[in-house]
Design a protein around this ligand. Sequence first.
Ligand code: ZN
Length: 316
Amino acid sequence: MDQFAIGVDIGGTRTKLGLVNIKTGEVLYEIVHATEKESEGPFLQQIYRSIHEFGMLLADAKASLDGIGFGIPGFVDEHGVVDTTYGFLRFMENYPLKSKIEADTGIACRLDNDARVVALGEALFGSGRNHSRVLALTLGTGLGVGFVVNGIFPDPLPFSHMSGHMSIGDKGERCYCGKTGCLEAQVSSAAIFNAKHLTRLASSGGALPDPQQVFTLARDGNPFAAEIVNGIIEALQKGIHNFINIYAPDIIVIGGGMSRSLKEHIKELNQINYLSPYRNYTCEVRISDLQEQAGILGAAALFSNRNNSNSNNEKD
Ligand SMILES: [Zn+2]
């Protein structure tokens, strides 16, 4: 039987809500609005309006809703309380989102970290579908890491998505976490938007770039852009080497804002010497086909049979 849930992906500028058939991985209907970062009231109102709209669609189809799942850009605990989003959503500090939504709407709610949710989407409905151990890297303004084994999270919340901060040496800009040498700071757009790089790029004729432009400039022979891109690829190779030795994934799916630019470097990221350290072990690195849909699908899939990040106080 078909099963329906709402998946919510809270992005830097836009929040996307999708009505998902979690049996088939189909996004049936999508609502996008500007992300409300400042206060609780408008944030919840937007969510409730969408729930209402999706609910009417389902009622027309005589189907029911299992619940609403969120990918949260920050720390979530096992009870569905958002610990912090590092100031991204100002009101979400020690914020009981799950119980609030359940009390207000009577609809079951589950939350997880956004990078883990993306991994779940990729594992169930994306490039990871026919793989057992799926590692998903979300590369944008940061580096999100999520790991799924046989369709479920092997590690409990709240701290199991931090491996982007693994140290790969003492080079690079200071990470926002306060340390130097974090993988995240050397492969995300932070590696491009640091002051030193921007100054050098500007002086070499490049306009202040978005990450994709830096990759284009590099391809066109701009030496500073090429240096930045080489640095990113080299750091990412080191990171992949480490991830392989820690997680032994069958597939590494790279998504997020920077992933499309990495497509032309996929060969370098699949270099056999570090992907195959052991006999009979293979791992493939791929760029996400689902791209932005992975977040919505994964958030809704928190309601698929075996996934339940916040098991306490469950209403259903
Ligand atoms: Zn860090």
